[in-house]
Design a protein around this ligand. Structure first.
Ligand code: MRU
Length: 362
C-alpha cells in the first residue's frame, strides 16, 4: 500500500475536476519518492506536463490531451460557432505539438474534433458539454480496453513464469491496469505467482521509478535490473516471456516503444523467448506503413548527462544523441495483443482484422 493507502492500480493518474476547470494528474516525475497530484488550469501547464512526462505513457497522454482540449475550449469566450471553431483549432494544434511519437495523442485529439464537428447543430454550451462527455468517454473506455488486453495476454502466460518488461506500461500510464502490466495484475489475482523483471529504462528510469514502484505496491514479485542485464537474466533461464507496451504500431507491425525495446526484442529472439507487444487499437496507426514513417522524439541532452545525478555524469559539452523511442521491427515480435484479441504475423493482415472486429462490435 502507498502512503495514502492507494496502490497504483487504484490511482487514477489523469482525471478532470470539471467544477474547478482543472486537470488533475499524478506527477510521474517525482515518483517513487513523492505522490503529488498537480491541479492544472492553464493550457500551457497541461502542454508542459505532457512534454516533461509528468503525465506519460501513450494512453495517459491521449486522455490528458482529450481533457486538455475540452478545458481549452471551455475557457473560450467565443460568441459565435465560427469563432469557437477557430479556438478549437488553435488549442488542438498546440496540444498536438507536445510529443510526436505516441499516436494516442493525435488519436484523442482527432476523436475530440470528430465529436466537435458532429455537435455543430447545438448551442455553444451544448458543444462544450459534448466535448466534456467525449473526453470522459476516452478515459472510461481505456479502463475497459486495458482489462481486455490483460485477459488476452494472460491466456499466453503460465503460472510461475518470469516476465521481463521495459519502461512503464502500467496502471499509471493508462486509465487503469496498464497494457503490458494488466496481465500481471490479473494473473496475481488468480494466483499465477509471476516473477517480474523490470528494466530500469535509461535515461528517465521509468522502469525503476514507476514499474518497480507500482508492482511493489501491489505486492507483486518484482526485481529491478539495469538495462544491460536483460541478456544475463534471459541466459540464466529466468525469463519465459517479454511483455511491453508501445507508442505507435505501424501497419506492418513495426512498433515504436521506449528506447531500448529493440535490444530486448533482439535478445528475446536470440534466446527463443516470446516477445509480446500490448497495444490498444488507439496505438495502432495504419496510416504509417512501416516503422520508418514513425516520428521518433529526440529529447534534451541533459536527460542523459545530468538530470538524475547530483553532479554531471558526462563531460560538459559532449555530443549527446537522445532518441526517446526505438522501433522494433515486426519480425522480432511474436504477437501484438489488443483489446480485440491476439494478432500474429503477418501483421499487415491481422491488425486490420482487429479493426474489423472493433467496427463489428465483436
Ligand atoms: O516517454 P514515455 O515514458 O511516455 O514512454 C512510455 C512508453 O514507452 C510506454 O511503454 C508506452 O507509452 C506504453 S504505456 C501503456
Amino acid at each position: 500500500m502507498g502512503d495514502n493507502g492507494m496502490t497504483a492500480t487504484m490511482i487514477q493518474s489523469v482525471t478532470l475536476d470539471d467544477a474547478n476547470d482543472t486537470l488533475v494528474i499524478l506527477d510521474q516525475t517525482v515518483l517513487p519518492n513523492e505522490k503529488v497530484f498537480l491541479k492544472l488550469k492553464e493550457l500551457k501547464d497541461i502542454w508542459d506536463a505532457i512534454y516533461h512526462l509528468k503525465v506519460r505513457g501513450a494512453p495517459a497522454i491521449g486522455i490528458a490531451a482529450g481533457y486538455g482540449l475540452y478545458l481549452g475550449v471551455k475557457a473560450s469566450v467565443a460568441a459565435t460557432k465560427e469563432a469557437l471553431a477557430e479556438d478549437f483549432k488553435r488549442v488542438k494544434e498546440y496540444l498536438a505539438s507536445s510529443r510526436p511519437t505516441a499516436v494516442n495523442l493525435f488519436w484523442a485529439l482527432d476523436r475530440m474534433e470528430a465529436r466537435f464537428r458532429r455537435e455543430q447543430g447545438g448551442s455553444i454550451a451544448e458543444i462544450k458539454e459534448a466535448l466534456r462527455q467525449e473526453a470522459e468517454a476516452i478515459r472510461a473506455e481505456d479502463e475497459q480496453v486495458c482489462e481486455q488486453i490483460g485477459r488476452h495476454a494472460l491466456s499466453l502466460l503460465e503460472p510461475g513464469w518470469g516476465i521481463l518488461t521495459h519502461c512503464n506500461a502500467g496502471a499509471i500510464a493508462t486509465a487503469k491496469y496498464g497494457t503490458a502490466l494488466a496481465a500481471i495484475y490479473l494473473g496475481e489475482e488468480q494466483g499465477y505467482g509471476f516473477k517480474v523483471y523490470a528494466d530500469e529504462t535509461r535515461p528517465l528510469l521509468q522502469g525503476a521509478r514507476l514499474t518497480a514502484w507500482e508492482l511493489q505496491e501491489a505486492g507483486i514479485d518484482v526485481t529491478l535490473i539495469c538495462d544491460n542485464m536483460s541478456s544475463i537474466v534471459m541466459k540464466e533461464g529466468k525469463i519465459q516471456a517479454v511483455l511491453v507496451g508501445c507508442d505507435r504500431v505501424a501497419a506492418n507491425g513495426d512498433t515504436a516503444n521506449k528506447i531500448g525495446t529493440l535490444a530486448v526484442a533482439i535478445l528475446a529472439k536470440h534466446y527463443g523467448i516470446p516477445f509480446y507487444v500490448c497495444a490498444p487499437l488507439s496505438t495502432v496507426d495504419l496510416q504509417c506503413a512501416t516503422g520508418d514513417d514513425i516520428h521518433i522524439e529526440l529529447r534534451p541532452d541533459e536527460e542523459i548527462t545530468s538530470k538524475w545525478y547530483e553532479k554531471p555524469m558526462a563531460p560538459a559539452g559532449v555530443n549527446v544523441y537522445n532518441p526517446c523511442f526505438d522501433v522494433t521491427d515486426h519480425e522480432h515480435i511474436t504477437a501484438i495483443i489488443t483489446q480485440h484479441g491476439i494478432s500474429y504475423p503477418p501483421f499487415a493482415d491481422s491488425l486490420p482484422a482487429m479493426f474489423a472486429k472493433q467496427a463489428s462490435g465483436t
